[in-house]
Write a protein that binds this ligand. Structure first.
Ligand code: AHR
Length: 493
């Protein structure tokens, strides 16, 4: 099969905000405890953070990490995770029916973020709490005044404010599973007042309001319209969440879910713009796709044994086809970088995550680690609008999709064109022609491929079966994308 991508230097979608390569650490399962934090581990640092995990997080080059939830945040008291560890209360986590020891809180997490070369995206509890606690939390984290909560932070050993720039106004407040779920009207008012007050404390912050927690949520549309009608002046982003899986055992449809993510993004952006027009506003509200991933065990609400600490829970093992979809979803985010300014792969360690750990043992990379690592490290610059010519395939529900899914990024700092390309054909290799218009002497210098014969191949602590390899460059310039493969092509100009 033949395919062609035409890109033109002048046809730019937008500059990529590096924060689209963000991720997420929630207090859930073994994400925090025995994930990022395990004081007894042989690689633990003076603060109890696992060094082997930090090393892998650095390889992913994650610029922002959402914290502390997720559903967890909707029943959380941020104060419980501050100050003297010996005095911190142990509590029920009603989101996941586990015991939360509070050994790690914002005091520790902001320190972990520094050590992992990342930034914190902090969520406040708008489930069981509201304006008052959000106000206190942001004073604790960001204020330099001689006032109670800023002084409490100083007393706890942090003279300088944490300077957390991005804040989420609750989590999935449209979801009936959420502690303190809200109607569109209830959330719109609460988010507006909380946003207003948080920006009084620190006008330099950016605020993300909850959009729909799944694209097919009944309230989709109405939720966003009501929110934006009330909160437009105060918020900067609307969030989107979406998880995908191949429970139907239909790989062609599964791989086409990248297009579903695209529709969700474009639909939500259109709703933001409708309210912008209605209000004659000059500001554009952008998007934060702050939870996305393949989630095979979706619907599991607690570990088999309730009320335990750091249970093994939602530890999905990803296979090769999951990595293919993750690679495609990343292209969707890159191609929508004019509106999606932040995104978080949910999650980062152990719970539906690219990085896995063994208590007291090793840390390793799941299959999905690799497309994320290449996208995050090389997908920096400006995304170009392209023309893609190739054959289509038809899915069981009679929709047509191109076999080739791709994104093209111009990294002007390095003088490199980066092409991410997935061949979604399950049977045929693809010969790819690249036409880079208005680039002089554009030359292919590297071809990285993620491929396995077996779509179900997984990695585990003993064996990395799915790993990228470097494809030798053909003398005549032919580029071959193997059947069901994900690729990164690097061209120098
Ligand atoms: O990432 C796991 C959970 O998925 C989060 O806690 C929640 O926000 C979403 O439903």
């Amino acid at each position: 099969m033949k395919a062609k991508i035409t890109a033109n230097k002048n046809f730019i979608i937008s500059e990529i905000d590096k924060r689209i390569y963000g991720s997420f650490i929630e207090h859930i399962g073994r994400a925090v405890y025995n994930g990022i934090y395990e004081p007894e581990h042989s690689t633990a640092d003076d603060a109890g953070f696992r060094g082997d995990v930090i090393e892998l997080v650095k390889k992913l080059n994650v610029p922002i990490v959402r914290y502390p939830g997720g559903n967890f945040v909707s029943g959380y008291n941020w104060e419980d995770g501050t100050g003297d560890k010996a005095k911190r209360p142990q509590k029920q986590d009603l989101a996941w029916f586990a015991i939360e020891t509070n050994e790690v809180g914002i005091d520790e997490f902001q320190e972990w973020a520094k050590r992992a070369d990342t930034e914190v995206m902090m969520a406040v509890n708008l489930g069981t709490r509201g304006v008052e606690d959000a106000k206190n939390c942001i004073e604790y984290c960001n204020a330099d005044t001689d006032t109670y909560y800023a002084n409490l932070r100083r007393k706890n050993g942090f003279e300088k404010p944490f300077g957390i720039k991005v804040w989420c106004l609750g989590n999935e407040m449209d979801g009936r599973w959420q502690i303190g779920a809200k109607t569109p009207q209830e959330y719109a008012r609460l988010a507006t007042e909380t946003a207003k007050v948080m920006k009084m404390v620190d006008p330099s912050i950016e605020l993300v309001a909850c959009g729909s927690s799944v694209p097919y949520q009944k309230t989709f549309g109405e939720w966003e319209l009501t929110l934006l009608e009330h909160a437009y002046d105060y918020i900067d982003y609307v969030s989107l969440h979406s998880y995908y899986n191949n429970k139907a055992n239909d790989t062609p449809s599964f791989l086409a879910r990248a297009e579903e993510m695209d529709l969700f993004i474009k639909g939500t952006a259109a709703i933001c713009d409708a309210i912008k027009a209605k209000k004659h506003h000059t500001k554009t509200v952008n998007l934060s796709f702050d939870e996305w991933n393949v989630w095979k065990s979706i619907g599991t609400t607690s570990a088999p044994e309730k009320w335990t600490k750091a249970p093994h829970f939602l530890e999905d093992v990803y296979n090769f086809e999951d990595a293919l979809l993750v690679g495609c979803l990343l292209m969707t985010l890159q191609n929508n970088c004019d509106r999606v300014k932040m995104a978080c792969l949910a999650q980062l360690v152990n719970v539906i995550a690219p990085i896995m750990t063994e208590n007291g043992g090793s840390a390793w990379m799941q299959t999905i680690f690799y497309p994320f690592m290449y996208a995050s490290n090389y997908g920096r610059g400006k995304t170009l609008r392209t023309i893609v010519e190739c054959d289509n395939y038809r899915t069981k529900n009679n929709k047509e999709y191109p076999f080739l899914y791709s994104s093209v990024i111009d990294n002007t700092d390095k003088g490199e064109l980066i092409v991410f390309a997935a061949n979604r054909s399950l049977d045929e290799d693809m010969e790819l022609e690249l036409s880079a218009e208005n680039y002089e002497n554009c030359k292919l210098i590297e071809h990285i491929q993620l491929y396995s014969d077996d779509l179900t191949a997984c990695n585990d602590k003993d064996c990395q079966r799915v790993v990228p390899d470097e494809v030798p460059l053909a003398e005549d310039g032919t580029i071959l994308l193997k059947k069901h493969s994900w690729n990164m092509l690097r061209l120098k100009y």
